[in-house]
Design a protein around this ligand. Structure first.
Ligand code: ZN
Ligand code: ZN
Ligand code: ZN
Ligand code: ZN
Length: 254
C-alpha cells in the first residue's frame, strides 16, 4: 500500500494548477506526509513558474515549505543567511550576485518581494495610504482586513511607526502562498488564475512581436527595392534645411 502511494508521487496525473493531465513533480517537502491534501499534485512547469515569480524560490502550494526548481527537479530551498539589504539573519535568500567591489550580495525573499511588489497600505493611525516596499501583508496574521502586528514608518500624516493593512484593491496582488495561513485563501486557485493571466499576456506579447518582425521585414524589403543613397539623402537634406532655417532665423533677429 505504501509502495503504491510512493509510486504515484512522480507519476502522471492532473496538475492542480494548470489542470492538465501531465507528469507530476515529486515534492521533497511533503510527498511523504500523510496529509488529507496529498492528492493535490503539481507539474514541474507550474512550480517553476511559481518560483520564477518569487525570484527563484516559492513556498510549496501544499505545505508552504520553501522550494526551488533545479535541473528539472523540485528541491527544498535551504539557502539562508544574512540579507545585504535589511541586514537580518537568518533569512531565506533568493537572489545572489556580485557587488561592484567584488563582494557577494544576497537578498532575502522579503526584500526581493517588497521590491517587486510594493503594495499600497492603509495606516491605522491616520487612514492615509502609502506604498511600502516590504511584504507587510505577512504581518497581517489576523486576516486581510486586520492591521499587521509589525510597524512601519508612516510618512502620510503620523510621522511615526504605525500598523498597516493592504488596501482592498491590492489584496489580490499578494503573492500566492505568501499570505498568512489565517487568510484562508485558495492558494492553488490563485496561482492558476495568475499563471493563466501570464500565459495570455505572453501570448499577446508574442503576437505583437511577430507583427513587429513582419513589419520590419516589409520595411527592409521596401528599402532594398530603392537605391541605398535615396534612403540617406533625405536625412542630410533635412539637416541642411534645418541649419539653413536656423541661419535665416538668426539673420532675421540680427
Ligand atoms: Zn501544471
Ligand atoms: Zn510541500
Ligand atoms: Zn532583507
Ligand atoms: Zn499614518
Amino acid at each position: 500500500m505504501a509502495e503504491a502511494v510512493a509510486a504515484s508521487a512522480a507519476g502522471e496525473g492532473t496538475c492542480a494548477i494548470c489542470l492538465e493531465e501531465t507528469p507530476l513533480a515529486a515534492l521533497p517537502c511533503c510527498d511523504n506526509a500523510t496529509t488529507t491534501e496529498s492528492t493535490t499534485r503539481f507539474c514541474l512547469e507550474c512550480l517553476r513558474m511559481n518560483c520564477e515569480h518569487g525570484g527563484g524560490v516559492a513556498r510549496c502550494p501544499r505545505c508552504r515549505a520553501w522550494i526551488s526548481v533545479e535541473d528539472e527537479e523540485v528541491v527544498a530551498h535551504d539557502g539562508t543567511g544574512r540579507c545585504s539589504i535589511c541586514m537580518q539573519e537568518p533569512r531565506v535568500l533568493v537572489a545572489r550576485g556580485r557587488a561592484p567591489d567584488g563582494g557577494s550580495v544576497a537578498i532575502c525573499d522579503a526584500c526581493w518581494l517588497g521590491n517587486q511588489i510594493a503594495l499600497r497600505y492603509e495606516c491605522q493611525g491616520c487612514g492615509g495610504v502609502q506604498r511600502i516596499p516590504h511584504p507587510m501583508w505577512r504581518y497581517q496574521t489576523d486576516g486581510p482586513e486586520a492591521f499587521g502586528h509589525t510597524p512601519w514608518a508612516c510618512h502620510v500624516r503620523c510621522g511615526t511607526y504605525t500598523r498597516w493593512r493592504v488596501i482592498p484593491e491590492d489584496v489580490a496582488r499578494v503573492p500566492h502562498g505568501d499570505a498568512p495561513e489565517s487568510w484562508g485563501v485558495d492558494i492553488v486557485r490563485q496561482i492558476r488564475a495568475r499563471q493563466g493571466r501570464e500565459r495570455r499576456r505572453a501570448a499577446l506579447r508574442e503576437a505583437g512581436e511577430r507583427q513587429r518582425r513582419e513589419r520590419q521585414a516589409r520595411v527592409a524589403r521596401a528599402a532594398r527595392a530603392v537605391e541605398p543613397a535615396a534612403a540617406v539623402e533625405p536625412a542630410v537634406e533635412l539637416h541642411d534645411a534645418m541649419a539653413a532655417e536656423e541661419e535665416a532665423g538668426r539673420c532675421r533677429v540680427m
